[in-house]
Write a protein that binds this ligand. Sequence first.
Ligand code: SF4
Length: 367
Amino acid sequence: MSRTQTDRCPGVLAVHQAADGGLARVRLPGGVVRADQFDVLRTAAADLGDGRLELTSRANVQIRGLAPDAPIELSQRLFEAGLLPSMPHERVRNILASPLSGLDPDSRYDVLPVAAAVDRELCARPGLAELPGRFLFALDDGRGDLAGVRADVFVRAVDEREGLLSLGARGVRVGWSDVAEVMVATAEAFLQEREGQEWRIAELDRGEERILDRLGLQATEELPTAVSTVAAGKHGAALVVTVPLGSLSQEQSAVLAHLGQDLRVTPWRSVVVPAEAGAGLDGVGFVTDPESAWNGVTACAGQPGCAKALADVRADARRVTPRLPRHERPMHWSGCERRCGKPAGEFVDVLAVGNGYVIDGERMGTW
Ligand code: SF4
């Protein structure tokens, strides 16, 4: 049995069988998707799934409720739309990039072209199809918005000449012309150093040190501590639009597709659109107010999508959130103790326990 056969991360062909049918995850390197591609996703969700598009914590898109024979048709549609450039690599194209990259003054360097280059390099190397589906690349444009995503290979822009590459505690500067090549070489070194079923560099004994040694690099620079968040609302030439619970209805997806603009999916259940497109988004349940209680609220699948769920957490979150003030911390609703999709770092933990909820360890009864 090869390593990838035991890798349960869903893709388009290797769908996850959930209680509500097949679940397919479509990778969007850098979170970028053209309007015509987004419309292909929208119609595929309507024709083959339950109609909704789910945004994930890795800025990907999921379609649920697929019939057993749907993945073949889905993969054909996505291949024709350019969303599956390499079938063997479809589950390993996990590349995050700062979603406001190049669009506002805090962006030190536009990392999106680098993310596209990493994707091309990845897909060009057959051996990298063996990467675990959890292995994550991230490119931060310097603001620190991706500092908390726990990437395996992380590059944070220093300036227009260099990025700081890190696999853990410290970093090494790399010129932008070499960054894509070095990131992919790091993934190859991980596969060479991997001994068993380690999914991430952090799981490999002295992984950071061994991989850097293999690449002939020395990471000696302290990592910047500054982090930032990307709130809903206008940022320079961009508008960040929060999608409540990251679940797009057909109506919402159609509105986004009909903007006719490239979209950037963020890891925070929001979408970046050009600022001038804002007027076209009214009235379908999007959130552009940075003070809205919906910002930072996430939920696992819950009932009926997950057989383990003790509650329909999404329905409960939809009912309760409009009555709540905005929380400082993100809030995550979970149908059981696995807490799938929970945010990195601290969060308000809303846990279903069968006959009510426990919030941050305190029982709240029913809502
Ligand atoms: S947290 Fe539990 S209920 Fe929610 S999706 Fe994961 S396994 Fe299912």
